[in-house]
Design a protein around this ligand. Structure first.
Ligand code: SAH
Length: 218
């Protein structure tokens, strides 16, 4: 039974403890994906730090939301992984759901990589317009306006399938619903203030996270 598993999951990953084989795989996939996300983002993070910003809308709400995102995506999963403290909140799903989580998180990483590749130096963690900012409407942005957030949706759906714990898994999904609604509203307002009709036309023809125009990119 999962609830009687005492040792920390990190130790379990490398030992012959009673943690089930498939659960170790799901844990490992989550952390490998996290490392891959950090590696995908690293070069863009550097460009962002070095670049000049002309508009910055990093309000207190923004900062709190980004801080909470780190808690639900990283801190709680880490506590779950390296300590036994959250074991009381474990649950166990059928294995096929865990494997579905693996497929979803791989899709998430692909979309995450492609959105950075297309956005290039226009990417920023907080809401900003940079010097020489260009409106990107090609690549994956020809299909959806918010591919990076689409990749995050895939991640937050995968997370409770991989990390089978009420605190480390589904809390990020609940949080992301709020994050997404607030972030997209503020971001699109900033884009309309900056690009005007160009962004309004883009918004009218391209879906937010679900493609409207498959097969006929802009
Ligand atoms: N919402 C996008 C981008 C997230 S990164 C996505 O989900 O992929 C956030 C930054 O991207 C914002 O500060 C904004 O300046 C920039 N941005 C968002 N959409 C953009 C676009 N179509 N072209 C250029 N920059 C964009």
């Amino acid at each position: 039974m999962r609830s009687i598993i005492k040792p920390a999951r990190l130790r379990a990953l490398f030992s012959s403890s009673p943690l089930e084989h498939t659960l170790r795989i799901f844990d490992a996939v989550y952390w490998i994906s996290m490392i891959l996300e950090i590696l995908i983002r690293a070069p863009y993070q550097k460009t962002w730090k070095d670049g000049t910003k002309t508009v910055q809308r990093d309000s207190i709400v923004e900062k709190v939301l980004l801080g909470l995102l780190a808690v639900f995506m990283f801190v709680l999963p880490l506590v779950y992984f390296i300590t036994p403290w959250l074991n009381f909140a474990n649950y166990r799903l059928p294995d096929w759901l865990g494997w579905t989580g693996i497929v979803l998180i791989i899709c998430s990483l692909l979309v995450f990589w492609r959105s950075h590749y297309d956005l290039k130096s226009n990417w920023s963690p907080t809401l900003e317009i940079r010097k020489n900012h260009t409106l990107i409407t090609t690549g994956i942005f020809a299909y959806i306006r918010h591919p990076m957030y689409a990749s995050q949706w895939l991640w937050v759906i995968a997370q409770p399938l991989l990390l089978q714990n009420w605190l480390a898994g589904p809390t990020n999904l609940l949080f992301f619903i709020v994050f997404y609604l607030l972030r997209v509203r503020a971001e699109e307002k900033m884009m309309i203030d900056t690009f005007g009709k160009k962004y309004l036309d883009y918004k009218a023809s391209v879906g937010a996270i679900i493609p409207r125009n498959f097969g006929k990119p802009n």
